[in-house]
Design a protein around this ligand. Structure first.
Ligand code: NA7
Length: 293
């Protein structure tokens, strides 16, 4: 398929590369020039990347970025055509997604929200999970592209429902990780070796995919970003914003948002979100490290 791919960050770069490897004709664009994808042509604007494409795929930072890419200067809007599908793998506001989709559809094009889970490793290995909102027939047409970048697609409903499900999931990842971080900080302060606590967690009902994935890096003090803290902070804010609009109270998330706020102020935004642990350590006067037994 002819694909215009917009946004070559931690996630977008390897996703576009996997499309090329699967034999698709890809034209890429990134806001800051210089990022390229082997085997893909580079365009100088979103409009140019979208020109003549069957599908335009976005993976940019946030709601504002998607708005800019679609409707800003030299945006995708200029190149929209009848039947073209705009797919968005950024994680952004469900309410804004509905508005963007309306504007795109008014020009005869289609809109599918397709945020992902699987972090950098999933993007690189083409094993992302897509959490999708949109019409069945459009999702069907996108299947060869989903297959090149991921291993599973979950359709959550019509446009915007992919984003709604994604923020509801990331809310849980943030809270589960916070639970782990608080538990292991307290245990370390009370003299328990974190290297022995993690296997105990993994062998009991406390076990979780989040802990399994994060604990080895945490014990090695490796906070290289798989999913940057600033982006998890964005997703927490998106969930709180959606909750406010829907009159839903999320007391635990409100508190955890404050942890991310302080961590971001401390300059940890570009580290992995696992680095929120270091704040708890600072407050407790203890460091969590150890060798997994
Ligand atoms: P990164 O690695 O921070 O990459 C973000 C990308 O978004 C990168 O290509 C940025 O371009 C681009 N960006 C940021 N702001 C804008 C604006 N205003 N206009 C156009 N492009 C922009 O994030 P990830 O790849 O990890 O994640 C991307 C999304 O997937 C995000 O929503 C996650 O939550 C899930 P730059 O190179 O900075 O010019």
């Amino acid at each position: 398929m002819r694909v215009g791919f917009l946004g070559l960050g931690i996630m977008g770069g390897p996703m576009a590369s996997n499309l090329v490897k699967a034999g698709h004709e890809v034209v890429v664009w990134n806001r800051t020039p210089g990022k390229q994808v082997e085997g893909a042509r580079s365009a100088s604007s979103p409009a140019e990347a979208a020109q003549g494409a069957e599908v335009v795929w976005m993976c940019v930072a946030d709601t504002h970025a998607v708005e800019q890419v679609l409707f800003g200067a030299n945006g995708v809007e200029q190149s929209l055509s009848e039947g073209m599908i705009v797919a968005d793998s950024s994680t952004i506001s469900p309410a804004a997604t509905a508005k963007f989709a309306e504007r795109v559809k008014a020009r005869g094009a289609r809109y599918v929200d397709a945020p992902v889970t699987g972090s950098k490793a999933g993007a690189q290995s083409g094993t992302l999970v897509f959490i999708v909102g949109g019409e069945e027939r459009d999702i069907e047409r996108l299947k060869p592209l989903f297959a090149a970048m991921g291993k599973k697609i979950f359709r959550m409903g019509n446009t915007g429902k992919g984003q709604a499900a994604k923020i509801a999931m990331n809310l849980q990842i943030a809270l589960i990780y916070e639970g782990f971080a608080e538990g292991i900080t307290l245990a370390a302060k009370l003299g328990v070796d974190p290297g022995t606590l993690v296997p105990l967690i993994n062998a009991t009902m406390v076990h979780s995919g989040v802990v399994e994935y994060k604990a080895p890096a945490v014990l090695n003090r490796d906070f290289t970003p798989n999913f940057p803290l600033r982006l998890m902070h964005k997703d927490i804010r998106l969930a709180l914003e959606a909750a406010k609009e829907a009159r839903v109270k999320l007391p635990a998330l409100e508190t955890v948002e404050e942890v991310y706020e302080v961590a971001a102020e401390d300059g940890d935004g570009n580290l992995d979100f696992a680095a929120t642990l270091t704040l708890l350590e600072k407050w407790a006067g203890v460091e969590v490290k150890g060798v997994l037994v």
